[in-house]
Ligand binder design. Structure first.
Ligand code: SF4
Length: 362
């Protein structure tokens, strides 16, 4: 069985002000007992072959290279598999990067966010733009040619200059892939209780998003998903497994899985994970998931696939509506496949919900 394997590393040096991922701040390394628990859980699900492996976090670049090698040695990995590690620039050294490469990691995802140091301070990030530049330089010297960079849009006192400077930085440092996210204020984070005063409102945020899509396209980055852009051939194979509802296994507290259409997850509790690693069932995937996730992808939703997988077909009302959306520039629609334009991605929830409520059984 081929799957995408996600390994969560729930440790960070310091929690960022906007972050609601499950991770424990104040860590400088990953304890050996955590590696043991990850390997114990991987063994439980064998046999499987990993078509992709993704170390996400938290801060996976707190792992020592020998820990990465130790985990990878416990997995049957398909030849040519994409093996990604998320990295915080502040935690990288040339030696560490060379060690990751030697262990088999072949793709890095660097949390750049912005190149304005004042914004990085406001976000609570521990790196600055110089560190991000060094991360790219050292990664290339260590032999990484597939490097993704994160871009966060709509920060406090944001400007087009800041956004374009960050995009240019990523392009000039050789990013093969860019993930562009709009800042969201998540409940329970420091920003939720003390929200920055000059955040972009919804309309300005939409303008930034559309401008980012345009600029990235001009620079040769194809938009293949609502938030993801790549040079030809460099899409994230691991994340595409999620969006296509293929089998993936997530290991670690807070990590979610979908195997054979069944969803389950580990609770957000580090001690419980280390002690026993019990998972919680979380239902099964259905046609709504399929519609929603397909529309995130530039390839769009194929109604003949919806019919063969779920025996559902769109009614005349929604077909008409899709033709209107096409005239308004929100979708491309050829009668069978509907895909969203950048403006359509901003209205994805509305368009997806129109389709979900207007498909009938055949
Ligand atoms: S954004 Fe990343 S580095 Fe910051 S607290 Fe969250 S997981 Fe850790």
């Amino acid at each position: 069985m081929n799957i995408g394997l996600y390994i969560h590393i729930p440790f960070c040096r310091k929690k960022c002000n906007y972050c609601d991922f499950y991770s424990i701040g104040g860590a400088d390394a990953v304890p050996a007992e955590y590696i043991g628990a990850v390997k114990r859980e991987i063994a439980l699900y064998q046999p499987f072959t990993a078509a992709t492996v993704y170390f996400g976090g938290g801060t996976p670049s707190l792992l020592a290279p020998h820990q990465v090698a130790d985990i990878l040695s416990a997995i049957d990995i398909r030849p040519g598999a994409e093996i990604t590690l998320e990295a915080n620039p502040d935690t990288l050294t040339p030696e560490k990067l060379a060690g990751y490469r030697a262990a088999g990691v072949n793709r890095l995802s660097v949390g750049v966010q912005t190149v304005y140091d004042s914004s990085l301070v406001s976000l609570g990030r521990i790196h600055d733009a110089d560190k991000a530049a060094l991360a790219f330089r050292w990664a290339k010297e260590a032999g990484f040619e597939n490097i993704s960079g994160d871009l966060m849009i709509g920060l406090d006192n944001y400007s087009y200059e800041e956004m374009y400077a960050t995009i240019d930085f990523l392009k000039n440092r050789g990013a093969t892939h860019i993930s562009a996210y709009m800042l969201k204020i998540e409940e329970g984070t420091p920003f939720y209780y003390d929200t920055p005063k000059n955040l972009a409102d919804e309309d300005r945020m939409a303008d930034y998003y559309l401008a980012a899509c345009k600029k990235l396209e001009e620079l040769g980055y194809q938009q293949y998903e609502i938030s993801n852009f790549c040079l030809p051939g460099y899409h994230s194979r691991h994340n595409t497994i999620y969006w296509r509802l293929e089998d993936y296994l997530g290991i670690g507290p807070g990590a979610h899985s979908c195997m054979g259409g069944k969803r389950f997850y580990y609770p957000r509790d580090l001690s419980a994970f280390i002690a026993a690693g019990n998972t919680v069932q979380d239902g099964t995937v259905d046609a709504d998931d399929y519609i929603m996730l397909s529309l995130r992808l530039q390839s769009g939703l194929d109604f003949s696939q919806l019919e063969s997988r779920y025996h559902l077909t769109p009614n005349d009302y929604v077909k008409k509506k899709l033709e209107i959306y096409a005239k308004q520039g929100f979708v491309c629609y050829d009668g069978n496949t509907v895909s969203l334009t950048p403006a359509g991605f901003l209205a994805e929830n509305v368009i997806a919900s129109d389709i979900m409520s207007n498909v009938t059984e055949i």
